[in-house]
Every structure is written in structure tokens, then in C-alpha cells.
Design a binder for this molecule. Structure first.
Ligand code: MN
Length: 419
């Protein structure tokens, strides 16, 4: 028999950072999580799996309206007609406390309790499925602790939404340990919450399948689910299957060897084309990052808005499945011998030396922190504390900004006064 393990569907979650741009395929982007979920349904039917496991964060949060629920119920009915069972637990995003609207689910779907671990036994398949949902967003205790020991006569699967032993960039919910999971004696742990695919262990199998559709520039590369085959009560094959309909990529181009902006443009074209070719026929949302030391650094920097739009136009003209630049980051350095300039015994040399010598100490950053305090109060919390968040009052952040200012000043001077 076979089963599919997926997690973090985040149904109807918006894809961040794309819709603002001219030419971005707004409808395609909005429907991406649904189409990826449709791919999952199709795969389940095609592969004739016995069950589908959804390890939490099926929803992105409370439904905006009933459409999200209606879509899900409809897809569950399709699985029901194909004789496929579905087991799901709620995660932090769709914990009982987060969801106010509800729809009755078809009988093939089991949603595990958020009070205690439950076990469903499918005698005809020789299968026991254990699971528990999140009752609220912030579950701090080890839920796996109370899961029952394995039934020695059956193939045991544990479904759990967890950060495991803590992963950077993911909230530390329902922590547990590999040893703790192993001690239950299950053959397979179907985990969710971490959006990157990871095979944590092979004995027993402990897997994060990752999410089924990348939603922003940090959820890179192919996304999908895990298809597991069980032969004679043991795991036979474990395969990753792609379900995503749009792919996120990071395209870093070192422009050191390009002498002119035209050469850089051609280099970028080649790099973007390669990213598109490696996307398995999916449209790509890419972040373009230019690095290296460049003789045209100041042109790129001073006219950055122009170049960003040039690269955007370039990307959308590449054809194929389509490509959009989510962001263009120019991180080049000037290709000048800074040491020589600093050693110069003239006005420019002296000015450069004094800028470089500016000491940025605690007092300066403290003063600045007070000045940005008013601005900070106006910022939405997700900007301050999200995974991509930054705190403009943070002394470390401010020191970084001041260092940037120093560098920028020096480069401006060189662009004007240098050769
Ligand atoms: Mn989660």
C-alpha cells in the first residue's frame, strides 16, 4: 500500500512580494496554493494511495470567507470517491483558537482531537495512525510525549506539527526530540511546520516534507510531498514528488569580469535563463542579486531604479514558463584601488580618510534610536518581529546603517572626483 505525507499547505495564503509589479500574473499567483493542492489530489488518485496525511497548517489562518472551506471539502469528496482516507492535525496557523468558521468534513476525513492524542486503526491495511492537533497557536509543550506506544502488530504512523529541536526561522512550537519520537516505536513520523523538506531520520523514518508551494522569496526551490510505499509492514520506498505551480529562486550573479553595463546585462540574461531552464517547466519568481567588484559600480548604484526596471523587463521577456523578478539587489563594490586613494596626499585623500575614520559608538546609535522611536511605533508588528523583520531601533541595525552611509559617502565622492 501507499500513502502521501504533506504538510503546511497554507491554503489560500497570498504569495508575497509579487503582485505589486506590472506584468505579474496576479491570478496565477493568487490561486497557486489551490493549484498545488489540486496536484496533490491528482497524485493521490493516480498513485492509488490508501491515505493522505496532512501534518498541520492546512489553512493559513482564519478563512476570509467560506470559499476556502468549500474548496477543501470538495477536494476531500474527490478523494472519498476514490476510496482514499485523509488524516489531519491542526498546526499553529489553523489551531482551533485561530479558526472561527467551520464546515462538516466528509466521512473519509479524520481530524485529530486537540485535547489528547488519538489513534485510528485501519485493520484491513494493518495500519495505526496516531495524532493530536494544536488547541491554540502557541503550543509550548512536547505533544509527542503523550502519544501512545506503537501497536506491535501494525504499521504505526505518528502525525505531528512540531519545530522538533528548534529550527531557525520557525516558531518554537511543540518542541520534541528525535529520541523521544524514536522511543514510541513507530515506523514513520509524518511531521509538519518546517517549510524546508528534511529527512530527519531513516530509522525510524522521520520526515518534514516541506510546504507544497513556496509563498515568498525565502521558500526556494521545488516544493511538494512525500510518497511512501509500504511492503510487508515495512517502508519500501520514500519518494519526493513536486506539486508546486510556481517556483521561487535566488539568482546571484558575480559581475566582476564584466567591463560595461551592457556586458552585465548579457551576463544577467544568461543567468536568469539558466534559472528558468532549471525550474521543471514552472514559472519562476526570482530575486536577482548582483555581486562582485565592478568598474561600473557607481552607474549601477546611482541609477539603480533604471537598472532594476531593465532587468525586470529582461526577465519577463525570456519566454518559457515565465519569469518575474521579485527583487533586484545591487551589492557590487567599486573596482578602485581604495588603498591608493586613501594614501593620496590631497583634499580627496584627506576627506576619504576622515570619513573612514569616523567612529560610530554607542552614544551615536543611542541618539539615533531615540529619533527613530516615533517611526518605530507606527510600524506594523510583522515588520518588527516577522522572520524577515527588522527593528530600526536596534543598535546593531543602526551601526550597520551608519557603516553603509560611510561607504556610500566614499563611493559618491569617488564617482564625482575619481577617475
Ligand atoms: Mn506551522
Amino acid at each position: 500500500m501507499k500513502f502521501i505525507h504533506a504538510a503546511d499547505v497554507h491554503l489560500d495564503s497570498p504569495l508575497r512580494g509579487l503582485e505589486r509589479y506590472e506584468g505579474a500574473p496576479v491570478e496565477e499567483i493568487r490561486s497557486a496554493t489551490r493549484r498545488a493542492f489540486d496536484n496533490l489530489i491528482e497524485l493521490a488518485i493516480e498513485e492509488e494511495v490508501s491515505c493522505v496525511l496532512l501534518a498541520g497548517d492546512l489553512y493559513d489562518g482564519d478563512w476570509k470567507d467560506y470559499n476556502t472551506g468549500l474548496f477543501f471539502v470538495d477536494r476531500m469528496r474527490r478523494l472519498e470517491s476514490a476510496g482514499i482516507r485523509v488524516f489531519l492535525v491542526a498546526g499553529n496557523h489553523d489551531a482551533a483558537s485561530q479558526i472561527t468558521r467551520q464546515l462538516r468534513l466528509p466521512e473519509n476525513v479524520t481530524q485529530f482531537s486537540d485535547k489528547r492524542p488519538e489513534t485510528v486503526v485501519l485493520e484491513e491495511l494493518g495500519l495505526a495512525v496516531h495524532g493530536q492537533s494544536f488547541a491554540n497557536r502557541e503550543v509550548r509543550e512536547d505533544l509527542s510525549d503523550a502519544y501512545p506506544p506503537a501497536d506491535p502488530h501494525l504499521f504505526n504512523i505518528g502525525i505531528l506539527h512540531t519545530c522538533l529541536d528548534g529550527k531557525p526561522g520557525h516558531e518554537p512550537y511543540a518542541p520534541c526530540t528525535v529520541d523521544g519520537l524514536r522511543s514510541k516505536g513507530y515506523q514513520y513520523w509524518a511531521l509538519g511546520h518546517i517549510h524546508n523538506r528534511e529527512v530527519v531520520s531513516r530509522d525510524p523514518w522521520i520526515i518534514f516534507p516541506g510546504n507544497i508551494q513556496g509563498r515568498h522569496a525565502r521558500e526556494l526551490g521545488p516544493k511538494g510531498c512525500t510518497l511512501v510505499t509500504i511492503d510487508d509492514g515495512e517502508v519500501g520506498a520514500v519518494e519526493h514528488r513536486y506539486l508546486d505551480v510556481l517556483r521561487w529562486a535566488r539568482c546571484v550573479v558575480d559581475v566582476t569580469d564584466s567591463a560595461t553595463v551592457d556586458e552585465i546585462y548579457e551576463q544577467v540574461r544568461g543567468a536568469l535563463r539558466q534559472v528558468l531552464e532549471e525550474s521543471d517547466g514552472r514559472p519562476v519568481a526570482a530575486r536577482l542579486i548582483l555581486q562582485g567588484s565592478s568598474r561600473v559600480h557607481s552607474t549601477l548604484r546611482t541609477d539603480s531604479d533604471h537598472w532594476i526596471q531593465e532587468y525586470r523587463a529582461l526577465a519577463s521577456g525570456l519566454g518559457g514558463a515565465g519569469m518575474w523578478l521579485e527583487k533586484v539587489v545591487v551589492e557590487t563594490r567599486p573596482a578602485v584601488a581604495m588603498d591608493e586613494l586613501l594614501a593620496r596626499d590631497d583634499a580627496l585623500g584627506g576627506l576619504l580618510q576622515s570619513i573612514r575614520a569616523l567612529e560610530i559608538g554607542a552614544a551615536e546609535t543611542r541618539g539615533l534610536a531615540e529619533e527613530v522611536a516615533a517611526l518605530r511605533r507606527k510600524l506594523p508588528p510583522e515588520l518588527l518581529f516577522g522572520t524577515d523583520g527588522y527593528d530600526p531601533g536596534d543598535p546593531q541595525y543602526l551601526t550597520g546603517v551608519l557603516e553603509d552611509v560611510k561607504e556610500l559617502l566614499m563611493h559618491r565622492l569617488l564617482a564625482k572626483g575619481g577617475d
